[in-house]
Design a binder for this molecule. Structure first.
Ligand code: GLY
Length: 366
């Protein structure tokens, strides 16, 4: 069992990583369920695989459980489902001292965390993430949001959970494609500032994707430790430190927008191609050796993740992709900060990137 703390004074919390933790959830959740009442929010896929196991065990231990089951997928991160969820919670007499449990992937975590932020001006919530992406990224750090017509994650708040419970064994029911997409966010931590961890990924990525429990646990602990440290240093992305976690996301965002945020290219796949492009663009700007960018592309290829526009099946003109970038919420005073790299483990924030040059680069990178 490993406990990683997010150091945020009165908003600080622990993240527990333990294979098999779900089977023992009643004991782990005990300090956080003040009224012995838990509101579990999940989706249909997670419910089919894990909800009975969790609720039976909690009920046997004396908890009173209420469950809300969302349709799977990004469409649940909407005003409609925020309203349905908050109406349901209020109809069930939710009190500020009650605890909401986000039991699912990023969509469930983001919607539940935002509902908890606004309901009665703030309820407790905790996260039991069930996808690799949620375990290594979205369940930690308190970013919560829904989507609007104008774009993804544009309505939301920073709202830290009170606890995160991660059981790597729940990933056994995760589809291969989702596991691989989540692995892109694992690689990201190596590329940001931990070259030895990227080397570990090169050696162990295939083992992890074959669901070796030791490889999964190691990658989750490394990733969560890195994220907890960055969030502790820059909770609200003000100093530029937390922005490092956006490596690959600006290019990736353009690819996701171009493919309509659809199953053609899921978020982690877009981030994978985005990281390869960020490294290639760093080479063009003279920051990084071509060999380093090739190393990134080679590893992505080796684990069957997209590492280019073509492998992401995006054939748009550079200018179209740049226009998508300009709708990114990170755009400020007409400039868009980019995460570039001096090499593996040497990511930095560049705020002097010329978008016309990016469009030309993307035309040549097709
Ligand atoms: N996923 C980026 C962040 O949490 O800041």
């Amino acid at each position: 069992m490993t406990i990683i703390s997010v150091d945020l004074s009165d908003r600080g919390y622990d993240i527990l990583v333990k294979p098999g933790a779900l089977a023992d959830a009643a004991r782990h959740l005990e300090p956080y369920a003040k009224n012995q009442r838990l509101f579990i929010i999940t989706d249909e896929n997670v419910a089919a695989n894990h909800l009975n196991q969790l609720t039976n065990q909690l009920e046997r231990s004396g908890y009173n459980i209420e469950r809300f089951i969302l349709p799977p997928g990004e469409k649940s991160k909407s005003w409609l489902f925020l309203e349905k969820l908050t109406d349901w919670l209020l109809a069930h007499g939710v009190e500020r001292s009650d605890t909401l449990v986000a039991f699912g992937g990023g969509v469930v975590g983001d919607l539940t965390g935002f509902a908890a932020a606004i309901l009665k001006r703030g309820c407790h919530f905790l996260q039991i993430p069930t996808s690799l992406l949620a375990q290594v990224d979205s369940s930690v750090g308190g970013k919560t949001a829904i989507n609007s017509k104008a774009g993804k994650n544009l309505i939301g708040s920073f709202n830290q959970p009170t606890f995160v419970l991660i059981d790597p064994l729940v990933l056994n029911s995760l589809p291969d494609r989702e596991l691989r997409a989540g692995y892109a966010e694992v690689i990201k931590y190596g590329l940001i500032d931990n070259a030895p961890f990227f080397s570990w990924c090169e050696k162990n990525g295939a083992r992890l994707l074959a669901r070796d429990p030791d490889a999964l646990s190691h990658a989750i602990i490394e990733s969560v430790t890195a994220k907890a440290k960055i969030v502790g240093e820059d909770e609200k992305e003000l100093s530029g430190r937390r922005a490092l976690l956006n490596l690959g996301h600006t290019f990736g965002h353009a690819l996701e927008a171009e493919t309509g945020y659809s199953d053609k290219l899921v978020h982690g796949e877009a981030v994978a191609a985005g990281m390869a492009l960020a490294f290639q663009y760093s080479v063009r700007r003279g920051h990084c050796d071509a060999d380093e960018a090739r190393r990134v592309s080679d590893h992505l290829k080796a684990v069957n993740l997209p590492n280019s526009l073509a492998t992401a099946s995006v054939y748009a003109a550079g200018q179209n992709l740049v226009e998508h970038m300009m709708h990114d919420k990170k755009m400020a005073s007409g400039t868009l900060p980019f995460l570039l790299a001096n090499g593996v483990g040497k990511t930095f924030l560049a705020d002097d990137v010329d978008l016309t040059d990016v469009a030309n680069f993307l035309d040549q990178a097709q």
